[in-house]
Structures are given as C-alpha cells and as structure tokens.
Design a protein around this ligand. Structure first.
Ligand SMILES: [Zn+2]
Length: 417
C-alpha cells in the first residue's frame, strides 16, 4: 500500500470511529439533558432514632443511601444531570431537599425510602407514594405505576401482589413535605422498596447485590418513563404582562414530548383555581385555548392537563397571574408605602439644603400618586410636592417656575375648594 493510500485508510478509519462513537453516545445516553433529583431519605439519625432500624441493626438511612448512590451512577452514565440531596450519612432538612430539587430544575424527583412497621413484622411489600390526589397529579402517578410494576415483578417480597401506589395523604393529612413542596415544579414519588422490620426483608436489604437490583429497577422505570416522552404546556401570554385580562381567551401551546401534537382525544382539561373552565383543542396548531371565568381574587392560576399517545400525562405546573383587582391592590399598597417614606423624609428635605434628599422625597410623593387613586392623603402629597418644588427652586440654578405653576394649577383643578 502506498503511503498516500495508507493515510487515506487511516483517515477513513478515524472518521468511521468518530461517527461510530457519536451514534453510540446518543444510544447510550437516553437521558441526555434530563435533570433528576435523587433524595436518599433521612440521614445521621443514629443518635436519637431507634425506630428506623432492623432487628440486626441495619438502618433505613444506610440502605436508602446505598441504593441512591448506585442509581445516581447509572443515571449519570445514561446522560442525566443527577442531583443527590445527600451523598453521606448526614442530615438534610426536608425543606432543603425540596429547594435543591427546584433549583436543579428537575424533571423528576425520586425519594428513596424503606419501610418499617412496629406492629406487624411480617409486612414485606413495596409501596410508592405520590402527592395529593391522582387527578391533580397524573404525571407522578404515571411514574409511580411504572415503578411499582417493576418492583412487584422483579424484587423479592413475601406479599408481592400487595404492593401498591398510594397518595401520601394516607401518611399525613397534608401529605409529605418533600412531595408537597416540589409539586408545583415537577412530578415526584417516594419509593418504599420493602420493609427493614421484616427479618428476611432486612436480610435482603443489607446485601449489596440486592441494593443493586433495586437501583436497577428504579433505573429501568426512569428510562421507561422518559422514553414515553414528557408532554408539556407553555402559556402564550407575554412575560411583560402586568395582570391578566380575564375577558380574553388564554392560549397554551402543547408538545407531546416528541415535538408533535399527538394527544389522547378527550384528555384535554384546563383548571382555573382548581375548577374546570371551557377549552378548545386545535390539533393543527397545537394550541389549547381556554375561556377564563371572571374572578374577584387578586391572583389566579391555570393548570393544563392532557395525555400523550405513549401514556404520559402533562405535569400540571400552575401558571400564576395577577388579576386586575390584584394589580390595583398592589398599586394601592405601593401608594401607602411610598407616601409613608416620603413623609419621613419631608422635614429633612425642607430644612436641609440637600438636593439628593429633596429629589428622592419628590419622587416618592409622585410615585404615591401614580395611579391617581382617590385617597384622602392624595391632596397632602400634591401640596407637599408644591412645597418641595419651591424649595428646589432656591437650590438649583435653572428656572423651574413652569413646573411650580403646573403643580399649582394641578392642585386647583383637583381640589377647587
Ligand atoms: Zn423513610
């Protein structure tokens, strides 16, 4: 082979190797670009918690962490951006765990736990919890069902078939802190992969091989969930909107998770503050248009529901807006704040000859009048502005008599008596 031919061959080999690696990367990184928070429950409670412990001394928080670490490595290899709320046997507050997941902009929150029972040591089954009601939290339920199905199929439990998905309101009236505080941002579950209070359960959970199996089950469930596509809704109102006009329709652009608009017929629903309102789906444009109801509240929130053809529901993140009433109220509040601040500065502004203080006092009085809301103190503000302008004339070189006259006629016009 000539040198040139050999060189070409090498270049071709390198090129094909590159192409090969690239396609392999895509295949091997099915979770690329997806943010996941893994939350190993509890941590560093040994000194005071004598409940979360098996008969031979294995602690729940240790099992949680071992499973979570294996899972985290697998997800990272699959391309996911994984955040662990703890990586050591240490305590992290429940609020802190939720905040971390929100800051991470997670697409899914998975809290890993194991169960204990004081009364019934024979209990040996898996449970997956979601927050609140299934109707309001369909995406979390979708993932919970995938997870419980593989837990029941592939892990060893004495009461295999009794494993189930439940609302976390079964544990606490207001649900669990971590799921309640992440619900507005992402779907999430608490997985309980068996009972450490069951002697054979504890035996299994102590084994690294079984921890690996459990991590594998979570991993496969997460893969399957994201493989079905994550449908989403985007509100088409501009970001600059000060308040929402409830007399106009509100439009949402939907994506089935694959850049398309294929959804299950009749799965569309828009709620305004939890109550369903009228909506029309246009599959050509992918726009769901809803007709809001009037509201005397200061704020309203809308949630969009639909299910893609692969079986995944939109996580109904609330779209929150201020109403006109809310906007007026806020302005009113600002009026008072600005007026009070101006009042505390006024005598200083008149007595001292500091232009800075005088200008900011003027600005605050003017701000307090911004919306011309009828208020007993509006006249005081107008008159103080006049006094401040007169004082200002003595401090500046330029002629501001026009401004003073304009203020005088303004007062005459608004308060003729
Ligand atoms: Zn726990």
């Amino acid at each position: 082979m000539s040198q040139k031919a050999a060189l070409i061959l090498i270049i071709m080999l390198v090129l094909s190797a590159c192409v090969g690696t690239q396609s392999m990367l895509v295949e091997d990184q099915p979770l690329k670009g997806i943010n996941i928070t893994i939350d190993p429950g509890h941590g560093a409670t040994q000194a005071y918690d004598s409940f979360r412990i098996g008969q031979t001394g294995e602690r729940e928080e240790w099992i949680n962490l071992r499973v979570a670490k294996i899972l985290s490595r697998k997800l990272t290899l699959a391309g996911a951006n994984v955040l662990m709320t703890r990586t050591k046997d240490r305590d992290v507050s429940l609020g802190g765990r939720a905040s971390m997941a929100i800051i991470h902009q997670s697409d899914l929150f998975v809290s890993i736990h194991h169960n204990g029972s004081v009364n019934d040591l024979s209990m040996d089954l898996p449970i997956v919890y979601f927050y609140g009601s299934g109707d309001m939290n369909p995406a979390s339920v979708d993932f919970a069902r995938i997870l419980i199905d593989s837990m029941r199929a592939e892990m060893d439990f004495q009461q295999q078939l009794a494993g189930a998905v439940y609302s976390d309101h079964l544990i606490y009236n207001s649900g669990t802190s971590v799921l309640r505080n992440t619900i507005d941002d992402m779907p999430g579950v608490i997985g309980e992969g068996g009972f450490f209070t069951n002697p054979s359960g504890e035996g299994r959970l102590k084994s690294k091989a079984y921890n690996k199996l459990e991590a594998e089950i979570y991993y496969k469930a997460i893969l399957e969930y994201f493989d079905r596509g994550i449908p989403s809704a985007m509100c088409l109102l501009p970001d600059t909107l000060k308040y929402i006009d409830l007399l106009r329709p509100i439009a949402f652009e939907l994506d089935d998770g694959f850049g398309n608009t294929f959804f299950v017929e009749n799965s569309f629903k828009v709620l305004q503050d939890g109550v369903q309102i009228q909506s029309i789906w246009d599959s050509n444009s992918g726009i769901l248009t809803a007709t809001p109801d009037s509201s005397l509240e200061q704020n309203v929130s809308f949630q969009v529901f639909a299910r893609n053809l692969q079986g995944n529901a939109i996580h109904p993140v609330p779209f929150k807006f201020m109403t006109k009433a809310g906007y007026e109220w806020l302005s009113h509040e600002k009026w008072f704040e600005a007026f009070d601040e101006a009042e505390t500065l006024y005598s200083q502004a008149i007595q001292n000859s500091e232009l800075d203080v005088l200008d900011s006092t003027l600005h605050l009085y003017q701000l307090s009048l911004e919306l011309q809301i009828v208020h007993p103190k509006a006249r005081i503000a107008e008159e103080k502005i006049l006094e401040l302008l007169k004082k200002k004339q003595t401090l500046v070189d330029g002629d501001i008599s026009d401004e003073i006259e304009a203020q005088q006629s303004r007062i005459r016009e608004y308060y003729p008596n």
